[in-house]
Ligand binder design. Structure first.
Ligand code: PSV
Ligand code: MN
Length: 397
């Protein structure tokens, strides 16, 4: 492939790349030992939209922001007009709608898997509200993560909980509008420490299939055990037309919310390769959507988000450089070293100058992080929000 062809491929891939950002990435969060308040953190939904608009202004590839129902729409569908107004004001659209079935006291023993029919009903009603919010906002995805599980062997019936979960999700699926997708996210542990009701991709796939054809699996890159081959899971989900979306982040130990690619950028490259390989075949492919799921409590929030978006673009651009036809020949002839060299060779290629060129060609700042610093946005919001954030300082103890 000539240099011009390679650049052309990178540009085409970047034109096709968008990634949603999470509203909770701008708010104060912490660890289970304490909350680390930042002076510039967003304290309300208006500020979250403003921060998202700044990230989009700098990168041009984050037109949507995922919303978490209880955090962003505490009054349910009644809050939809307010979100609509913010969309109009900032140019950022509502992304996936994330039901929240994990923070209320009733959910101590589970939400849709709770042995209490009353609690299951409350949780199901919340899922239905989330679907309605999606319809009111024209948002295509309802993105479900369940914290349900148990901590002590024998203390809950794993089998009966599967049945309850399927019942609730069948009802949720029945309420979806034709263009809506129900995303089912999995996570092996935390907050539950013995069993989690949807612990891996197999369980998520079965739950999605039993819910109905508009349900798909969401892969959060931080939700795997050490050493899991995530790109293989991705390849299988593509094969089964069951890959709905991603939550991108990185992890060293568990669900650490680290910056995408900060620990293992090669893994994200390999995941993007599976997606781009399928796209290159030119057939019907319900390509997954991309989202960042990170909430930083040490890094500045807007800064961390811009850094992540840029990293995602870099890794996507590198994966776009894989020459699929040439690689297939090397694979078929079992030229192992040459195949591996072709694959990892492009991973090591520095695509950053092309990214800068691509941005300039589209009227965007060549270096978004530098532009953020020069623009003074963070200083301004620090000034505007610092009092509110000091007043809201809290610990979990
Ligand atoms: C759970 O760890 C998770 O990944 C889910 O996607 C939640 O919606 C999100 O984090 C909340 O921070
Ligand atoms: Mn997630």
């Amino acid at each position: 492939m000539s240099n011009d062809q390679a650049k052309e491929r990178v540009f085409r891939a970047l034109d096709d790349f968008a990634i949603a950002i999470p509203s909770w990435g701008f708010a104060n969060t912490g660890t289970r030992f304490g909350k680390f308040v930042q002076a510039a953190a967003a304290t309300n939904i208006e500020e979250k939209f403003a921060d998202a608009a700044e990230v989009h202004r700098l990168t041009g590839v984050t037109p949507t922001m995922a919303l978490h129902v209880l955090w962003d729409l505490p009054n349910g569908v009644a809050d939809a007009p307010k979100i609509r107004a913010l969309e109009a004001k900032t140019g950022i659209r509502a992304g996936s709608i994330n039901p929240n079935l994990f923070q209320e006291a009733e959910y101590k023993y589970g939400s849709i898997c709770n042995p209490s029919a009353e609690v299951r009903e409350k949780a199901t009603a919340h899922l239905l509200t989330s679907v309605e919010i999606g319809k009111a906002l024209g948002s295509a995805e309802v993105s479900l993560w369940l914290s349900d599980g148990s901590n002590y062997p024998g203390s809950q019936s794993i089998r009966r909980r599967i049945g309850w979960m399927k019942e609730a999700l069948a009802k949720t699926h029945a309420a979806l509008a034709p263009g809506q997708t129900l995303l089912v996210e999995y996570k092996p542990f935390e907050p539950a420490f013995y069993h989690t009701d949807i612990a891996d991709w197999g369980m998520a796939l079965e739950i999605a299939r039993s819910a109905g054809p508009q349900a798909k699996v969401l892969v959060d890159t931080g939700h795997h055990y050490q050493g899991t081959n995530i790109e293989q899971i991705v390849a299988w989900l593509i094969e089964l037309d069951a890959l709905g979306s991603f939550h991108f982040n990185d992890r060293k130990y568990a669900d650490d919310d680290l910056t995408l690619g900060s620990i293992d950028p090669y893994q994200i490259f390999r995941i993007f390769h599976e997606i781009l390989f399928e796209k290159s075949k030119g057939g019907v492919f319900n390509a997954p959507t991309f989202m960042i799921d990170q909430s930083h409590n040490l890094k500045g929030k807007v800064e961390a988000m811009v850094q992540t978006v840029v990293t995602a673009q870099e890794l996507y651009a590198k994966a776009a450089l894989v020459d699929h036809a040439a690689l297939a020949e090397l694979q078929d002839s079992c030229s192992l070293v040459d195949a591996e060299e072709a694959f990892r060779g492009v991973f090591w290629q520095d695509v950053r100058p092309w990214l800068a060129e691509w941005r300039e060609a589209r009227g965007l700042p060549a270096h978004p992080l530098a532009a953020l610093r020069e623009g003074g946005y963070v200083e301004r919001i620090t000034e505007e929000r610092k009092e509110k954030n000091t007043a809201g300082a809290s610990s979990y103890a």
